[in-house]
Design a protein around this ligand. Structure first.
Ligand SMILES: C[S@@+](CC[C@H](N)C(=O)[O-])C[C@H]1O[C@@H](n2cnc3c(N)ncnc32)[C@H](O)[C@@H]1O
Length: 188
């Protein structure tokens, strides 16, 4: 009895360590944790998505799936794609997609810097400044159909946002909408 309880306890601790280790490892490697955007940020991003027509929406770093699942349910007629490298968040979101039978949602365990985004009409993200620089570079060197980029909190370097929503949170976080096919505006 005591041995089986000890075995259970050790298994539990090992699983907890594996989960924590996996998340810490990908957070250090990718430079950001899988923490989802706030509910207020999701609502503001959805408000901006409403101005983007009916093309494919790609979430760069879809985390646990909170945002992609929400928009896949809200826009059943649109294709939603998520890219996520961190294993457990990707696994969790893939299971939820299956359970909820979301046919219009595709989830890839792929580095989005190396992904072919030519089918994307709208890019959404909640990342960090260095990642925004790399996305900017990718948008400039690769041919794609991207018309809009919606970013929670982090600006796209050297682009002028078409619209900005300021959240009523503690940090007054901005949500940016960029129109990508238009001429870039240098920001001094
Ligand atoms: C802060 S979360 C955002 C989650 C979701 N997009 C949201 O707004 O609620 C950022 C996610 O991007 C993922 N990520 C960062 N760089 C990545 C890359 N190059 N390729 C794929 N996923 C990446 C991280 O693992 C993390 O889960």
């Amino acid at each position: 009895m005591i041995i089986s309880e000890l075995f259970l306890l050790i298994s539990f601790v090992l699983i907890a360590l594996l989960i924590t280790g996996s998340i810490v490892y990908s957070t250090v490697k990718l430079g950001i944790s899988p923490m989802p955007s706030s509910n207020k940020a999701h609502l503001a991003m959805i408000q901006l998505i409403n101005e983007t027509g009916s093309g494919t929406i790609v979430d760069l770093g879809s985390g646990w799936g909170n945002f992609v699942i929400r928009i896949a349910k809200k826009y059943p007629q649109r294709q939603i794609v998520g890219y996520e490298l961190s294993f457990l968040p990707w696994l969790t979101s893939s299971c939820l997609k299956k359970i909820l039978r979301l046919q219009n949602l595709t989830l890839h365990r792929t580095n989005f810097y190396h992904a072919d985004l030519s089918m994307a009409c709208v890019l959404t993200c909640y990342l960090f400044p260095k990642a925004m620089e790399k996305i900017n570079h990718k948008l400039q060197v690769e041919k794609s159909d991207v018309h809009f980029l919606i970013s929670n909190n982090f600006a796209l370097p050297s682009w002028q946002p078409y619209k900005t929503i300021q959240l009523s949170d503690f940090y007054k976080s901005p949500i940016y909408l960029y129109k990508i096919g238009q001429t870039k505006t240098e920001i001094k």
